[in-house]
Design a protein around this ligand. Structure first.
Ligand code: ZN
Length: 131
């Protein structure tokens, strides 16, 4: 399987994608720099997969935190990627994308953060206040 880097910003795809580190779904496109999670700065690189199995599009989204970590995001509001990177394969067409697989495979050691998973997490001070 050969891959080609897609260097254009693909709007429909980024509407489907979310960040597996912090669960946010807003990405910033910085010309000549790349695409980054607006919340935690995880970098996203899209690669086209030739193995499309009949779907209109087959894309690998590669998330990388090695070079772009933003320590302002609290540990409770993020989950680090195993070895600093993870990939998700997406099949489908604009408006009808679905996740084919994650790599590494989600398991006991790591699960990608669900979309919006941390949205309801309050600051620790608020929680102790309730107790
Ligand atoms: Zn993020």
């Amino acid at each position: 399987m050969s891959l080609e880097v897609i260097d254009r910003h693909r709007e429909a795809l980024f509407e489907f994608l979310w960040c597996p580190v912090c669960g946010h779904e807003i990405f910033s496109h910085i010309p000549f720099e790349g695409v980054f999670c607006k919340n935690c700065n995880t970098q996203v690189i899209l690669r086209e997969s030739r193995e499309d199995r009949g779907y209109e599009e087959a894309v690998l989204a590669c998330f990388d935190t090695d070079s772009t970590w933003n320590l302002h995001v609290d540990e409770k509001l993020r989950r680090d990627l195993p070895d600093g990177s993870a990939r998700v394969k997406i099949l489908g067409a604009p408006g009808a994308y679905k996740v084919d697989w994650w790599s590494p495979a989600p398991g006991d050691d790591w699960q990608p953060v669900e979309r919006g998973e941390f949205d309801d997490v309050d600051e620790p001070a608020d929680i102790s206040h309730l107790a």
